[in-house]
Design a binder for this molecule. Sequence first.
Ligand SMILES: [Ca+2]
Length: 255
Amino acid sequence: MIRTLLFAALLALQGAAPAPAPPPPVTTAQILNRYPHDTTAFTEGLLIDHGVLYESTGREGQSDIRRVDLPSGRVLARVKLPPNLFGEGIVAWKQHLFSVTWHGGQGYRWSLPDLKRTGGFRYSGEGWAMTDDGHDLILSDGTPVLRFLDPVTQKVIRRVTVTINGRLLDQINELEYVDGELLANIWMTHYIARIDPVSGKVLGFIDLSPLLAQVQMTDPDSVANGIAYDRAARKLYVTGKNWPTLFEIARPKAP
Ligand SMILES: [Ca+2]
């Protein structure tokens, strides 16, 4: 300890800065399977509950929440949001599915698997995406701050700030809790951040560029967004806004 303090004092005296921390490791996504995806779906939320795929889509007048047949991409059931609302993320919790909207702080609760509206909730600020860690719901809003919500009351229990080597990371979009890590699409990029859900530190990134090369989207809004993890089958799926393909990719290894 004393030796450490002496070393720090020496550095300060000499005006030397400690060596910068190395950047988090980047892993290139490995494609395992491909499935059709509805190209009219402006994907904002994606999850698997009891082996069933659910997806939420955005844009005013086009927002809905759907149950999807994963192998074919066929929409099996669909519920539309009011036309003035821009749908965002979804999370499944027991027999319910919660959804948030971009502006206005309006959240909804739906029954599973039939998607009947059973209630609503309010939150401050914007809503971007949701997931859960088995205890709490987790809400992103485009800022570096993730909110952890009580699944029963939907009230904020705590906040975690996402940082990369001590610097704030924002534009955190679609979320998925995978084997103790929080995976997050970073809006307008082709990277998924791997976040420690306790400290908020970015542990690494998954580079989705091999997927982009396959879908060849030209619309700048058609970014990678949507991560779903089948916890029982241990399969990880990702897609993007209006992408023609839903990909199964390899689960990330410990960084
Ligand atoms: Ca998700």
